[in-house]
Design a protein around this ligand. Sequence first.
Ligand code: ATP
Ligand code: MG
Length: 421
Amino acid sequence: MLTEAPKGTKDIYGSYMEEWQRVEQVMRELCSDFGIKEIRIPIFEHTELYLRGVGETTDIVQKEMYTFKDKADRSITLRPEGTAGVARSFIEHGMYNNPQPTRRFYIGPMFRYENTQKGRQRQFHQFGVEMLGSYSPALDAEAISVVAELLKRLGIKDVELRINSLGCNECRQRYNTALKEYIGSNIDKLCDDCKSRFDKNPLRVLDCKEESCQRIIAEAPVVLDYLDDECKEHFETVKAILDDMGIKYTVDEKIVRGLDYYTRTVFEFVANGIGAQGTVCGGGRYDNLIAECGGQPMGCAGFAVGIERLLLMLEAQNGEFKETNEMDIYIGSIGKEGLVKSQGIAYRMRSEGIRAEGDSVGRSVKAQMKYANKIGAKYSVILGDNEIAEDTANLKNMETGEQEQIKVSELVEIMKKKING
Ligand code: ATP
Ligand code: MG
């Protein structure tokens, strides 16, 4: 127990951490180009927020939440997703007064009590974007284009964008009635989960991954046939914008997404190369959420990308991640005087933006040189009592093996020139 992390969690370190940081950097630059600002919301919220904001009939609320009572007997839940928290924050801080739309992104851990498998953890991470304050189809298309551009910048291929429209509340109502009728007449053939889903929210049945249910779902009425003219027009415009952007998609009438708050456009990016958990991103328009959470009705669109799944894709495509070793200089030492000076010089170099490391173990000179090699130092120097007394030492270029005699008192300046030009 003591030496084992809880099931479904993962330590992030080494080459995996490096790749993660690179990916995060791309996300941050991307958001800056789109005018999307970062938001950091709490990792836990009042449970009520998710009951309302995610929806009582969803798998998340039914099965997956980490809910507990705090010491003052409040019901608290570790966030299973970020949209509800951003919506809550938007209302709480009166962001209505912003020039709209308000565009926000977040990167951070989410928590769901799930059956763990490859690409499915209990603590996982999402990069999410929420755009609040517009009913225009341009907002839906813009949200989709952020993900398309992210995948492009990361060089990820073999991903398919699938889009659908769920229509507005009225369309959904009409569709629900038709769906209920169809599913109701096939209820015996559905799995037990779906039997109870059907009672609470027939739309959820379409999300089922059981093969027996899939066969029934394949013949079910499709929501696109129930859209009114306005919703149809909205969907057509989203597609026209994507066409103009050169973003390829397929319309998939079976996509309904797992969360209750979606209206009109819904979409997924699905990868082929990483096994069963291929959905790397899910998103859509959610015009009901802000009102559901107690605010003024407001048009919104957004998405969340699973960072671990993104990294699985990168690994499948590019091979194992490599840790980079980068150090400008290793300043070794022998004896007390050498130790003191080498540490002081290394410290001053770092203030000049030179990556420097000294001996902090007490190794032999031979072992120090071996270590300098291992950390990928570009230069090395060893300072002993003689070098300090005579103010001369040999600076070694580790790549070429060349040595040059330098003044110890000028080492910082010399390295500054070599590294920064
Ligand atoms: P799934 O159908 O795979 O359970 P979901 O519909 O529950 O996905 P969303 O709530 O839309 O997923 O979350 C957006 C993205 O977050 C997913 O597309 C996926 O990349 C990632 N994600 C969701 N749950 C997990 C998890 N348990 N572990 C790792 N990544 C996850
Ligand atoms: Mg899920």
